[in-house]
Design a protein around this ligand. Structure first.
Ligand SMILES: *[C@@H]1O[C@H](CO)[C@@H](O)[C@H](O)[C@H]1NC(C)=O
Length: 338
């Protein structure tokens, strides 16, 4: 016997007995997780390792018949963990002079669904296409009257929102149906069926606007909306770093966030060589379609598309009181001008 103190011996014996219990609990938990649909979500957070690379010759046999159409300037196809992308660019209520701390309410919910045209058996892909689109206006509850500033900015009229569904209704009816119809979530349980990622211009749409709206609407974030968000602007910045020879030569690393803020959609389109913005800026569906063009181009250029923006559903702003109440005294400007 090793010369152990009585205390250490006791500890050892204790561990000897408790470890199997922990192990048993773990197995039980994992089994249950499998039974529920947590499995699907698990695949997203830890994308499964790709099988070993195939020799090129056998890969060549795999490619689809439309291979001749492949753009020869397209870069190599990286491994892409997600199967689908939901591009979202919400419009929200605003007042002149309000910033990202305001109690914004979502008034337009526009989504473009992108899928790979072809993904090889290793999960490598580079060609995305828009396969479906969703758009609805949303009726605000805290400040049902839109400011003229907001209407001028977004083009959304009072009539648009007056006849629109409330946010929680939208999420649980027509938008839920959209996701289910496209095979992204289970129609009954709402569990994810395939790994998909939200794509937004900047980190704000899901991380801030959706979290604020869920508070005001007194609902929980649906599980299919509480993670896997890709800030597209940040990926464009990464792409710039990779493709700007001067930047590469000087070896400078990531841009700081102020620079990122000054990279509006129009500028991103220009930098990627995609030409002009199509449609009306700050119209949610037009913004969304243009962000979708950017995502498609980033994929074509061989950028890996991954989640890069954590969402905290419990994040709180100063104006948040109890049970979804907006504390007027904390909302700036104090006296809204309609
Ligand atoms: C597939 O992706 C892996 C990892 O990103 C990469 O190393 C490989 O070269 C890719 N294959 C092709 C054919 O582009």
């Amino acid at each position: 016997m090793l010369p152990l103190s009585p205390f250490t011996q006791c500890l050892g014996i204790l561990l000897l007995f408790t470890l199997p219990i922990f192990k048993w609990l773990r197995i039980r938990y994992t089994k249950q997780a499998g039974k529920n649909t947590v499995q699907a979500t698990k695949d997203i957070t830890t994308p499964q390792k790709r099988p070993e690379s195939q020799p090129l010759s056998s890969q060549r046999d795999e490619v689809d018949p439309s291979r001749d159409n492949i753009d020869p300037t397209a870069a190599m196809q990286p491994y892409q963990p997600y199967d689908a992308f939901l591009v979202l660019d919400v419009e929200a209520t605003c007042q002149p002079g309000t910033d990202f701390d305001y109690a914004n309410e979502i008034i337009e919910w526009p989504v473009c669904l992108l899928r790979w045209k072809h993904k090889d058996k290793n999960g490598n892909a580079s060609r995305l296409e828009i396969v479906d689109e969703f758009r609805s206006f949303v009726k605000p509850v805290w400040r049902p009257q839109l400011s003229s500033f907001c209407t001028a900015l977004t083009g959304i009229t009072q009539d648009n929102v007056d006849s629109a569904p409330l946010f929680h209704t939208l999420l649980h009816t027509s938008f839920h149906d959209f996701l289910a119809r496209n095979g992204l979530i289970d129609a009954v349980t709402g569990a994810r069926l395939v790994p998909f990622c939200w794509c937004t211009d900047g980190p704000w749409d899901v991380r801030d606007f959706v979290v604020k709206q869920c508070f005001i609407s007194k609902i929980r974030l649906p599980p299919w909306l509480s993670g896997d968000v890709m800030d597209v602007r940040r990926v464009v910045t990464r792409w710039l770093e990779k493709n700007d020879p001067q930047r590469r030569a000087t070896g400078s690393v990531a841009f700081t966030s102020p620079r990122r803020k000054s990279l509006p959609i129009t500028r991103q389109l220009h930098l990627l060589g995609l030409g002009a913005f199509e449609g009306r800026q700050h119209c949610g569906i037009d913004d969304t379609r243009n962000v979708a063009r950017i995502v498609i181009e980033l994929a074509r250029q061989g950028m890996p598309l991954r989640a890069n923006t954590p969402v905290n559903p419990r994040r709180r702003w100063q104006w948040m009181g109890k049970n979804g109440k907006v504390l007027e005294e904390f909302v700036r400007p104090a006296t809204p001008t309609l």
